[in-house]
Write a protein that binds this ligand. Structure first.
Ligand code: CP3
Length: 349
């Protein structure tokens, strides 16, 4: 039996498509009442991530409601530090809390040994999804990129300034390099395990890439992504990889060219003309509706969807947000967005 290539991988490799693939970052989550109900039953957020039956169900919720072209595994970028033996917790309404790593002793306590075994429930979820998803839906696996994951490990949670991370990188180059090398290796192992379990496309989230400039950006954003892409492509030559060096502006082009990703996910601040004229000739582009325009809905939503598809719809393109859905998003606006994007015929020429 010949299996048809699905819409998302088709669009990522630049094939002509009869509609634009659509999925949304954080499409499973608190804006959905069925998520909130299940989350309340699961106990902690990590319990939800590590219980395959529940993580599978949460991944499927937005697919049932909206019929997105891709499902993204329900998990979190912070399962990797947890798998490396760092203490990670999620307090309701407070975001993640980790025991911060600031010195050699903190680094020495981390270990890659046994990580894949500790994260086995995540790969079991991928396997279940492979069985349960509609045949036309692509399964996306993901990981945080080393810099973004390192910021949580060093700061001990979310940060606005990344003070400790940037100081660590500048003051203790050897220590920081040790941590980044460990994270590259852990990320490759974690993504490889997801692909072996059934993930068909991978997204690498570098949400805080914009905190670094110049040489630091090259060294801690571009170089690790390049190593991760090369290692994964060596094992899985046809695997499509989407990179998300969020909000890194003109750095996106160098990132796309140097890392070998198949696509870049662009944030809402990226000018559409830059994405079309500078990025699309080199890579597929995914994005970039402002999550708050989705909250607003109405005419603002229609106008912006049109502007994005008019600008990017002639090239290699995947419709998405510029960053994750926010909890206050009305689910009806998501349904409307799906109708709007589905009604647009790609114009090739
Ligand atoms: O996209 C999806 O639907 C798949 C699941 C997914 C989650 N987190 C679930 C989640 C994905 C892809 C992520 C990635 C992630 N996690 C990133 C990169 C993308 C981005 O948003 O920049 C980052 C930086 C994290 C770390 C993280 N996880 C933070 C800072 C928080 C707290 C903030 C928040 O939104 O609550 C989380 C928790 C988290 N991860 C939730 C979900 C659904 C909310 C937890 C809850 O239900 O209480």
């Amino acid at each position: 039996m010949r299996t048809e290539e699905k819409l998302l991988p088709r669009a990522l490799r630049g094939a002509v498509v009869d509609r634009h693939p659509l999925w949304l970052m954080r499409q499973a989550g608190r804006y959905l009442p069925e998520y909130r109900e299940l989350r309340a039953k699961a106990g902690g957020f990590l319990d939800l991530c590590f219980t395959p039956a529940l993580a599978t169900e949460v991944t499927l919720q937005p697919i049932r409601r909206f019929g997105f072209d891709a499902a993204i595994l329900f998990s979190d970028i912070l399962v990797v530090p947890w798998g490396l033996n760092q203490k990670v917790g999620f307090q309701e309404g407070e975001g993640p809390k980790l025991d911060p790593i600031r010195d050699a002793a903190g680094l020495a306590a981390l270990s890659l040994d046994g990580m894949i075994e500790r994260l086995a429930p995540v790969y079991e979820t991928v396997g279940r999804l492979k069985q349960d998803l509609p045949p036309e839906t692509t399964l996306i696996g993901f990981a945080g990129a080393p810099w973004t994951v390192a910021t949580y490990m060093i700061e001990g949670g979310s940060s606005r300034t990344f003070e400790h991370s940037r100081r660590f990188a500048a003051e203790d180059k050897v220590g920081f390099e040790t941590l980044m090398a460990l994270l590259v290796e852990a990320t490759v192992a974690h993504l490889d395990a997801q692909v072996r379990a059934g993930a068909e496309v991978i997204q690498l989230f570098d949400s805080w890439a914009s905190a670094l400039e110049g040489e630091a950006f090259e060294r801690w954003v571009v170089a690790p992504a390049k190593r991760i892409v090369a290692a994964l492509k060596e094992k899985h030559p046809k695997l499509p990889i989407i990179g998300f060096p969020r909000a890194s502006g003109a750095h996106y082009l160098g990132y796309a060219k140097a890392t070998g990703v198949d696509a870049v996910s662009i944030d809402q601040d990226m000018p559409l003309a830059f994405a079309r004229d500078v990025l699309q000739p080199s890579v597929a582009v995914q994005g970039n509706l402002d999550p708050l325009v989705l909250v607003a809905g109405g005419q603002a939503l229609e106008t912006r969807v049109r502007a994005i598809t008019d600008a990017l719809g002639r090239g290699r393109f995947v419709f998405n947000l510029g960053h994750g859905i926010v909890p206050q998003t009305p689910p009806e606006h998501v349904a409307k967005l799906v109708d709007l994007v589905r009604a647009i015929k790609p114009a090739r020429g």
